[in-house]
Design a protein around this ligand. Structure first.
Ligand code: FES
Ligand code: FES
Length: 223
């Protein structure tokens, strides 16, 4: 099964130039389709920004910030409204504003994937994702993986295989591997290696992470 991260296009689809024959200019496309599609989803999650207010916005475009605005986020199955500046990252919103400190910020620059959470089951680096870009998506953090009654089989396997040392990378590693198991119930070790290729572990726990993930895959298949 293909890795969904590979389905993200490396570059936007080719557009005509402003002098092209299709009648849709690059500038027009960005102003129209881009702003409308992204903006509508964003505005729907900004509390108090009604459709009437949107209709009264000049050209349908509204500026937010730099001060805090109320933003509605869907995290671990619950709706939360946070007062955040538009520049706030998803990692900051989760840790500072929602108190969900299970998500770790290690490099804070998109290098280590220690801050991995899911957006609609897609693993993303939350330090490189603006919180407002999570509006309209289902965010899952390490706190949302298990329930009060039942630990996620992958977390149980990490404990069983002692797949952690200092633990800084562990929440991100678990979220990445759990996302793999969501989309591929029969992963090979190569699949696990490929999935965590962006997750840096300075303690070198990789062999145990591979073993834990393959073990959890078997547990989930037999559940
Ligand atoms: S903390 Fe986000 S990628 Fe390292
Ligand atoms: S367990 Fe220490 S960085 Fe991975």
């Amino acid at each position: 099964m293909p890795d969904p991260r590979e389905s993200i296009p490396a570059s936007p689809p080719a557009l005509t130039t402003d002098s092209g024959k299709s009648g849709i200019s690059r500038r027009g496309f960005l102003k129209g389709a881009g702003l409308t599609a992204a903006g509508t989803a964003l505005l729907d999650g900004v509390q108090g920004f009604t459709s009437e207010a949107r209709a009264q916005s000049p050209h349908g475009v509204t500026e937010f910030g730099p001060g805090a605005i109320p933003v509605r986020l869907h995290v671990n199955g619950a709706e939360h409204t946070v007062e955040i500046e538009p520049r706030t990252t998803l990692a900051e919103a989760l840790r500072i504003h929602l108190g969900m400190t299970g998500t770790k910020v290690v490099c804070d620059r998109g290098v280590c994937s220690g801050c991995t959470v899911w957006l609609d089951k897609m693993p993303v680096n939350s330090c490189m994702t603006l919180a407002i870009d999570a509006i309209g998506h289902h965010v899952t953090t390490i706190e949302g993986l298990s329930t009060e009654e039942k630990i996620h089989p992958l977390q149980a396997a990490f404990v069983k295989h002692d797949a952690m040392q200092c633990g800084f990378c562990t929440p991100g590693m678990v979220m990445t591997c759990a996302a793999l198991l969501e989309r591929n119930p029969h992963p090979s070790e190569h699949d696990v290696r490929h999935a965590v290729s962006g997750n840096l572990c300075r303690c070198g726990t990789y062999p145990k992470v591979f073993a834990a993930t393959l073990d959890a895959a078997g547990t989930l298949r037999n559940a």
